[in-house]
Structure formats: C-alpha cells, structure tokens
Design a protein around this ligand. Structure first.
Ligand SMILES: CC(C)(COP(=O)(O)OP(=O)(O)OC[C@H]1O[C@@H](n2cnc3c(N)ncnc32)[C@H](O)[C@@H]1OP(=O)(O)O)[C@@H](O)C(=O)NCCC(=O)NCCS
Length: 203
C-alpha cells in the first residue's frame, strides 16, 4: 500500500467535530485499487460502518470485536463522545468504507466491550488505544501495515508523548501478526491469557 500525503492541510485539532472529515492522503494498494484516506468519518461512512458491523457473515469481525454492540446496539454518536478519532480508507471507485483505524484515550489494559469491559476512557491518561478493521472485500490484501504506520505518525503529531496499547483475543492471528510487525509488544502484566485477553503496547 503506497500512501501519498496531501499538502496544505487546513488547521484542525483532534478529535474533529462528529461527522466531519479531512482528506489527508491518497493511497494505492498493491492490486492497483485507489483510496482516499480521511481523518474523521462523514455521516454516510458512519452509516456504512454500522452496516458492516452488523454483518453476521463476517465471522472474524463478530468473533474478535464488539462492534455489533458498539455501533449497532449502541450508536456511533455514543462511541464518538469518548474522544475517538477514526481514520478511514475509502475505495474511490465504489465509495465503500474499506478499512478503519481508530484511536482514543483509554487506561492501559481496560477490557474491551468484547471482553465485558465498558469502554469508558479517561482524558488525562497518556495511554491511547488503537483498533483496526478491514472489511471483507478489502481484507487480507496487505493494506493495513502502511495504513497503520501512516495514521500512527499522524495521530502522534496531535497527541505528543502518548503511549499506545491494544487488546485482542490471542487467537486473532491476522491481528497479532499485524500488530507485532508494527512494533507492539506483549504486556504480560495486563494480559489475561487464561481468558485469551492479550494486551500489546508500544511506547
Ligand atoms: C486484523 C485485521 C485488521 C487485519 O487486516 P488484513 O486486511 O488482514 O491485513 P493485511 O492484509 O494488511 O495483513 C497484515 C499481515 O497479517 C498477515 N495475515 C493476514 N491474515 C492472516 C492470518 N489469518 N494468519 C496469520 N497472518 C495473517 C498478512 O500476511 C500480513 O502480513 P505481511 O504484511 O507480512 O504479509 C483484519 O483481519 C480484520 O479487520 N479483522 C476483523 C477485526 C479485528 O479482528 N480487528 C482487530 C482487533 S482490534
């Protein structure tokens, strides 16, 4: 995935107001597909996110994330209030939400909604969580590593000196490969491997 940052971005702070976005880069996958890379999600993509989160055929998403609860049973608006900052890859040709990576302040190791956590974040924490989704038509195409590297660097310009963590089911092989390649390491103290709850951090 080649990422071409856009010049002369307007000034803004993060998180953006809900349902607003800034086009910060363009991207081309190894298959030659072209994408817009946004920070923030317009309403139509938040609607797609909700739809994708309800997809019962997406076993990985349903098994490894709490997105159905997060975006279908609860709302995007409710989630956004926790100071979340989503970055999205939009497939130019089909206008489809291809992948999303989001960040937000959250105490280290707090269990995710999937593992019966409540997802409340504390603003003063220097720990920020990162979450990844690629959607079925775009999954496994090698897009996520460079997308992640780019948005981690971008987000860090707005939140200096933060530390990143993510929690996942340790049977989520695609994700543990991706996150290890991004330089995250297992945090033994906060992981609960008996419950398959794996915490990975990056300073
Ligand atoms: C985790 C997820 C974001 C990874 O996205 P992806 O589209 O598969 O990512 P990529 O195609 O860029 O692959 C990333 C790496 O994982 C590897 N990989 C992909 N699927 C794999 C699998 N099942 N087992 C082992 N490695 C795998 C790829 O080969 C690639 O490594 P490489 O760069 O050395 O070739 C995606 O699988 C997903 O959205 N899953 C459902 C939601 C989820 O579990 N999110 C993570 C919890 S926060």
């Amino acid at each position: 995935m080649k990422i071409i940052p856009r010049d002369n971005l307007p000034d803004f702070s993060l998180p953006l107001p809900i349902f607003t976005s800034v086009h910060i880069a363009d991207a081309i996958s190894r298959d030659g597909d072209e994408f817009d890379l946004f920070v923030g999600l317009d309403k139509k993509y938040a609607d797609q996110l909700r739809e994708l989160s309800s997809d019962e055929n997406d076993a990985n998403l349903q098994n490894f994330t709490g997105d159905r609860r997060r975006f279908v049973e609860k709302t995007y608006e409710h989630w956004y209030k926790k100071n979340r900052t989503p970055f999205a890859l939009i497939h130019k040709q089909s206008d489809a939400l291809a992948a999303i990576i989001w960040f937000g302040p959250k105490p280290l190791g707090k269990k995710s909604i999937k593992f019966s956590g409540t997802e409340e974040g504390k603003m003063e924490s220097d720990w920020h969580t990162i979450s990844f989704r690629s959607y079925p038509n775009f999954r496994g195409k090698g897009m996520m590593k460079n997308f992640a590297k780019f948005v981690i660097d971008f987000y860090k310009r707005y939140f200096i000196n933060i530390k990143f963590w993510t929690g996942t089911d340790d049977r989520n092989n695609a994700f543990t490969k991706l996150i290890t390649d991004l330089g995250f390491e297992t945090d033994e103290k906060t992981s609960d491997l008996a419950e398959h709850w794996l915490i990975m951090t990056k300073m």
